[in-house]
Design a protein around this ligand. Structure first.
Ligand code: CU
Length: 128
């Protein structure tokens, strides 16, 4: 019994390390005056994504979801774009954030620019 366990363990480790990594799915969100499209973003827990934020308006917007970004695993190279749960996206620009979706739940999303949320620039991220 003990011998079987000793053989099986390295095989198991080998099987895991040679498994191909799951390719990230791209989720595109458009930022405009004054809404996110889509305003409800649905992700699957534990899956890798590229969150692609496109600002199509003539003014700046941000994508702010502190609880979501605190819980999600953001790729080290993209962490510079996320400041205290906020991603600023200047007019006409695109930000791509590689991340793994956190625990299931509903996370609030808004733009923090003056009055933008009041004008309707809010949404939610649902992780299932
Ligand atoms: Cu805005």
């Amino acid at each position: 019994m003990r011998i079987i366990r000793l053989i099986a363990l390295p095989l198991l480790v080998l099987a895991y390390s040679s498994a191909p990594a799951q390719a990230p799915a791209t989720v595109q969100v458009q930022l405009a005056n004054f809404k996110f499209t889509p305003s409800t973003i649905v992700l699957d827990h534990g899956r890798p994504y590229v969150l692609r934020l496109v600002n199509v308006s003539s003014g700046g917007h941000d994508f702010t979801a502190p609880a979501f970004f605190a819980a999600a695993t953001v790729a080290p190279t993209d962490r510079r774009w996320v400041q205290e749960g906020e991603i600023e996206v200047p007019s006409g620009q695109v930000r791509e954030i590689h991340l793994t979706a956190p625990a299931a739940g509903t996370y609030k999303l808004k733009c923090t620019h003056s009055f933008h949320k009041m004008f309707g620039m809010s949404g939610r991220i649902i992780v299932r």
